[in-house]
Design a protein around this ligand. Structure first.
Ligand code: C5P
Length: 224
């Protein structure tokens, strides 16, 4: 049986991957399935938390006792997260947010036309995690995710440590990606990097077990 150590804790989690519309039928997107974020939500609810899951384009069943809010674009995800974060004791940004979006969203379907394809003009999306950190209350625990590639584990850790510093979150869940890792798979592995410098390896496990390990890491950070 799972511990009820998150009893009544208000938890806000983002999951999935944002889609940035080009026109009514097309978008720029990414390969995130949402499985790790959903597993985090499911396990938190099983451990007693009141969970709101902001799901970006995830095609997964709603976990028991989890309030799911569906969004599409980074802008919609940002609006929901910033609006809901002040009520949360823990905020977990596990969604894969598109770094860029098309500058213009065509009202009607873009036609092939006769000429060469037009260049896509992009603008940078806001960093939602950084905004959540900037607006936090001292009692909120903020967890970020990072999916990094590297020549070896040391390389991946190096990128992760920098990301933790840059984002300013309390805990970073670092995954090595590439070649069948993390995205669209049932398993996950990596490291937990804490703001106080502690580091913990996460062995390759089912995403639900990884989720338990993440909550084990978050629990001691919670304020009374
Ligand atoms: O910089 P990078 O995209 O690797 O950072 C990943 C972390 O930042 C994740 O927690 C992700 O949800 C969050 N993020 C965000 N807004 C963005 C880009 C990433 O909140 N525009």
């Amino acid at each position: 049986a799972l511990p009820r150590d998150l009893d009544g804790r208000r938890v806000l989690i983002s999951a999935g991957g944002t889609r940035e519309p080009l026109d009514p039928v097309r978008f720029l997107g990414n390969r995130s399935s949402g499985r790790q974020g959903y597993a985090l939500a499911r396990v938190a609810a099983q451990r007693g938390a009141e969970v709101t899951l902001v799901a970006a384009n995830a095609d997964l069943p709603t976990p028991a006792a989890v309030h799911v809010v569906r969004v599409g674009s980074a802008e919609e995800l940002r609006t929901e997260m910033l609006r809901r974060a002040p009520d949360a004791e823990v905020v977990v940004m596990s969604a894969a947010v598109a770094d860029f979006r098309p500058t213009l969203r065509a009202e009607h379907k873009i036609k092939k036309g006769a000429s060469d394809p037009a260049a896509l003009e992009l603008v940078r999306n806001p960093d939602i995690l950084a905004e959540l950190v900037a607006r936090r209350t001292p009692d909120t625990v903020i967890v970020g995710f990072a999916a990094e590639t590297g020549d070896d584990a040391g390389d991946v850790l190096h990128h992760g440590r920098h990301k933790l510093q840059r984002k300013g979150c309390d805990l970073l869940v670092l995954n090595e990606v590439g070649e069948g890792r993390a995205f669209e798979t049932e398993d996950n592995e990596g490291w937990l990097l804490y703001a106080d410098g502690r580091e913990q390896t996460l062995p390759r496990r089912a995403k639900s077990e990884l989720a338990s390990m993440v909550w084990d890491g978050v629990f001691p950070l919670l304020h009374a």
